[in-house]
Design a binder for this molecule. Structure first.
Ligand SMILES: [Zn+2]
Ligand SMILES: [Zn+2]
Length: 345
């Protein structure tokens, strides 16, 4: 038997004793060592509810293989791994082009099938990525948000010598700051409305930090030729600010999930045209070969110690404490960044 965090109605999370999953020949069984709470888990757990009642949450995790199916011979018991949570159909036109994030008929660990807020999870052999000993399980559980940050920067065509602005300093934003630097940005500017988050960004190498609540972003950046603006907040105010600060031929990337209408001022629309600004959506983290270069690049940079991860974790909970952690999020009692859950003891 094992414990798992199951989601029933929105806000109703239960820690239950269930059987350890039985693997099929092309699957492996992973003992989960660390699993992060994703920004997308929060509306799923508190507002929208699960794809089916009794779903085990959790898709950002790392662990150790404890059993391999007979057709999963490329993996071995004891391997330290993380997984890419998307299971693309590999048949639709987007999968054929290697654009797996656009798949028309996909499965997804922790949202459409049982995830990793449990002692064990069974995963298809094609979703697994090896992490070496230099990558902690905490860091391994954050390769997913790191890969999302990379995908967003690549959607914005970030090049050497660019000035990058990252709005919203959750885990993806804090990774974006570091990867923008790694990709050769000459200046990286971090923007948020909380000073606590700006301080973390500074520690992680942001050249400048701006509190967009107390400072006027447009005025502060008036003399700066901004090449790429990545919004990870999803706030309509931030999205309009993002377009309003982009420089000539600037690329604005909307990555933060939003379900809000967006209004641009007349001045911002004028700028969008005159400056030939491109506005791009960014969705998830996948490319060819699956799961994508975003994942291998993130792992490579982490293994070389180029990317800091511990500073991004704000809270740590045991599996049993998970329902209370979501309760605290719901009641806005936590100013959090990455929340990490540890199913083991
Ligand atoms: Zn996620
Ligand atoms: Zn597909």
């Amino acid at each position: 038997m094992m414990k798992a965090v199951k989601l029933y109605e929105p806000g109703n999370l239960q820690v239950e004793d269930i059987g350890i999953p039985t693997i099929s020949p092309d699957e492996v069984l992973i003992e989960v060592k660390a699993v992060g709470v994703c920004g997308s888990d929060i509306p799923r757990a508190l507002v929208k509810g699960a794809y089916y009642k009794g779903l085990t949450l959790g898709h950002e995790f790392a662990g150790q293989i404890v059993e391999c199916g007979s057709d999963a011979t490329e993996w071995a018991v004891g391997d330290r791994v993380t997984i890419a949570p998307l299971v693309p159909c590999k048949k639709c036109q987007y999968c054929e082009q290697g654009k797996y994030g656009l798949c028309e008929s996909y499965n997804y660990y922790g949202s459409r099938t049982d995830g990793a807020m449990a002692n064990y999870i069974k995963v298809g052999k094609e979703n697994i990525l090896k992490i070496d000993d230099t990558i902690s399980y905490d860091a391994g559980a954050m390769i997913d948000p790191a890969a999302n940050a990379i995908h967003g920067l690549w959607r914005g065509d970030l090049k050497k010598g660019d000035v990058a602005v990252v709005i919203g300093l959750g885990a993806i934003g804090l990774f974006a700051i570091q990867f923008a630097r790694e990709m050769g940005a000459k200046e990286v500017i971090a923007v948020d409305i909380f000073d606590e988050k700006l301080q973390v960004a500074k520690k992680l190498g942001a050249d400048r930090v701006i509190n967009s609540m107390t400072e006027n972003l447009g005025e502060v950046l008036a003399g700066t030729d901004v090449s790429v603006v990545l919004d990870t907040s999803g706030s309509a105010i931030a999205q309009e600010q993002a377009v309003s600060i982009a420089g000539k031929m600037g690329r604005v990337v909307f990555l933060g999930i939003s379900n809000q209408p967006l209004t641009l001022s007349a001045k911002t629309v004028d700028r969008l045209l005159r400056y030939e600004i491109g506005v791009h959506g960014s969705w998830n983290s996948f490319s060819d070969p699956f799961p994508g270069k975003e994942w291998t690049y993130a792992i490579e940079c982490m293994a070389q110690g180029k990317i800091k991860t511990q500073e991004i974790i704000s809270h740590r909970f045991s599996l049993e404490e998970t329902p209370q952690a979501f309760e605290k999020i719901k009641n806005k009692e936590l100013l959090f960044n990455k929340i990490m859950i540890y199913p083991g003891d």
